[in-house]
Ligand binder design. Structure first.
Ligand code: GUN
Length: 296
């Protein structure tokens, strides 16, 4: 194995320590902590874990707020009414509705209903538009975390070839905008891209966010490239696996193969995942500061 392993857990710890210090300054200045409200609708087990982790991490840095757990039968009108209340509440700086939502609720309608200046996920069309036009707004947490990991690798983006695999609104599209903003030459690849392996092989920086276990093989990676693996896929282990384990988490990149070729690579778990939560805390503090600064 030759690649540098990019330790997202360690980097996230340093981001969280910075946020904690920023929160303490915010409290000293404004007499209250930044507020983050997390909303979970339904009982999806992965979403339950993610929202619990988000709530716990925010408490640890001094951010305050509630985890709202609503039943799977919640109507769109009920969820919109809660968001309206949180939008109006002056002690609330950030609002996050965990995705996916149950089928009776239109996701886009919900994301559009969160005030753009409290949209710590960066999913509101105003924030997406600000990012696309190179202006400052709230930037989605996972791409923001990926940019910090690329910086940790010491990769120069100016003029570099960057390939983003996956075109979701949550990761792929904002990721491409951030890379473009850093003067990389960006290709967006997706499920219909012809000869995906060849496109990946061109990448000095390869970001993969498609949710397909170990799609990207070692021979898809350019020697020395920086590889950022956003995937989190649970795969079954053969019977009799060590420790009696029945499944494990893998990324969208075949890690062992790719690590022999890449210059730097993120592991799964312990790479992008911890950075997403750390960047959510950063976004919450930023939203709180920007909202109060606007008021003067
Ligand atoms: N579901 C999967 N990733 C995310 C995320 O970053 N934010 C929200 N709100 N839901 C998600």
């Amino acid at each position: 194995m030759s690649a540098t392993i990019l330790d997202g857990k360690k980097l996230a710890e340093s981001v969280r320590a910075e946020v904690a210090a920023g929160v303490a300054r915010f409290v000293a200045e404004h007499g209250r902590p930044p507020g983050l409200e997390v909303v979970l609708v339904g009982e999806d087990p992965a979403s339950q874990v993610y929202t619990r982790n988000k709530q716990k991490a925010s408490m640890e840095v001094g951010i305050r707020g509630e985890l709202h757990t609503l039943p799977a039968s919640t109507t769109e009108a009920e969820l919109l009414a809660l968001l309206e209340r949180l939008n109006e509440d002056d002690a609330v700086d950030g609002i996050l509705v965990q995705l996916p939502l149950p089928s009776q609720i239109q996701e886009q309608k919900v994301l559009d209903a969160i005030r753009a200046d409290k949209d710590v996920d960066g999913f509101h069309p105003v924030n997406a538009g600000l990012l696309a036009s190179g202006r400052s707004g709230l930037v989605p947490c996972t791409p923001r975390g990926c940019m910090k990991l690329i910086a940790l690798a010491g990769t120069k983006l100016e003029g570099a070839r960057a390939v983003v695999v996956g075109r979701s609104n949550i990761v792929g599209k904002p990721m491409a905008q951030l890379l473009l903003g850093a003067n990389a030459t960006v290709t967006m690849a997706h499920s219909r891209t012809k000869d995906l392996a060849a496109r990946c092989r061109e990448a000095d920086v390869l970001v993969v966010a498609v949710g397909r276990a170990e799609l990207v093989r070692g021979d898809w990676v350019k020697p020395g490239a920086t590889v950022i693996d956003v995937g989190m896929n649970r795969v079954a282990l053969p019977e009799g696996a060590p420790g009696g384990k029945t499944s494990k988490l893998v990324g969208d990149v075949a890690f062992e193969e790719a690590a022999r070729v890449a210059g730097a690579i993120t592991p799964v778990p312990g790479g992008v995942g911890p950075m997403t939560i750390a960047c959510l805390l950063e976004n919450t503090l930023l939203a709180a500061k920007q909202r109060l600064a606007k008021r003067g």
